[in-house]
Design a protein around this ligand. Structure first.
Ligand SMILES: C[S@@+](CC[C@H](N)C(=O)[O-])C[C@H]1O[C@@H](n2cnc3c(N)ncnc32)[C@H](O)[C@@H]1O
Length: 271
């Protein structure tokens, strides 16, 4: 097989990667047969995942658009993935052309392709890194990405913390970022749900045998990830219910067990 230019030599094309499988779910072209085989196995159990991935991207666009309109002009997108339509920088720069965006991912295809796309955009930086190391990521985001931690930042952890097992202490990871931020900073989170109507153990089982096992979390567990932040209205909710643009975007049975949750928290001044 000829290696495409977007797959650096260190990429093992024979093993599925979370970033490329997600690209496959979204109809992208940066994936290999190993990713598609894996993705098809998951979709065989859970075909709704395609719509869930689209809903997740739509949430990301809505929230970046809203925060940008409120004056947030620094975004730290952790586990940013392979670029697709409506990326964070496109939405943020459309509102404020001087916004600063730092993308972080540990997947080589995601990093390389993101760098190609943003090459000519001075305010956008792509870092290769492990989001579970907040100090290193923040150091590089300041030094290379020009983030100013004396001003508010929106930290995005969108559809990624379910790839962080409990042994890596996701709540501490979140706190590692938000504790370094000034009041007025935000946490934007979306996460696969364990306690919806549908039992996800068959999907979890497929991921368990991959190099990226998934940890589905309950509504209570996802809510706890916000720690001491003030969770904005409408709270931690099924993804389509976070400020939908139209009633048409809301599936009829969304309350009874939609498989993904999201929320936005704000760091307020200590009282
Ligand atoms: C499902 S994709 C989500 C992409 C994007 N945030 C979105 O919502 O469309 C998850 C991404 O997180 C990345 N990722 C997973 N664990 C990571 C880690 N520990 N550090 C950095 N990136 C990670 C994967 O490589 C993948 O690109």
């Amino acid at each position: 097989m000829n290696r495409p230019h977007w797959a650096p030599p260190e990429v093992d094309t024979t093993r599925p990667s979370v970033a490329r499988v997600y690209d496959f779910y979204l109809g992208g072209s940066h994936n290999f047969e190993s990713d598609r085989t894996f993705g098809r196995a998951v979709l065989g159990q859970f075909p709704e995942l395609v719509q869930t991935a689209r809903d997740n991207r739509a949430f990301l666009r809505r929230v970046v658009s809203r925060l940008s309109a409120e004056g947030i002009d620094q975004f730290l997108d952790l586990g940013s993935g392979i670029p697709t339509v409506g990326n964070v920088h496109e939405v943020a720069l459309a509102v404020n052309p001087t916004a600063r965006i730092v993308y972080v991912d540990h997947d080589p295809v995601a990093v390389l392709h993101s760098r190609e796309i943003v090459r000519s955009l001075p305010g956008v930086t792509v870092l290769s890194g492990d989001l579970c190391a907040p100090q290193e990521v923040l150091r590089d985001a300041v030094a290379e990405g020009g983030l100013d931690l004396d001003r508010p930042v929106a930290v995005l952890l969108v559809s990624v913390l379910h790839f962080v097992g409990d042994e890596r202490r996701p709540a501490d990871v979140v706190a590692g970022y938000l504790d370094a931020m000034v009041p007025g900073s935000y946490l934007v989170l979306s996460h696969a749900r364990s306690d919806g109507r549908r039992d996800m153990s068959d999907v979890a089982e497929i991921y368990r045998n991959s190099k990226n096992p998934m940890r589905f979390r309950s509504h209570e567990e996802v809510s706890e990830l916000f720690g001491s932040l003030t969770v904005l209205e409408p709270g931690v909710v099924p993804i389509p219910l976070w400020h939908p643009e139209s009633d048409d975007d809301i599936p009829p049975d969304v309350d009874s067990g939609y498989p993904g949750l999201c929320g936005v928290g704000r760091r307020d001044a200590a009282v």
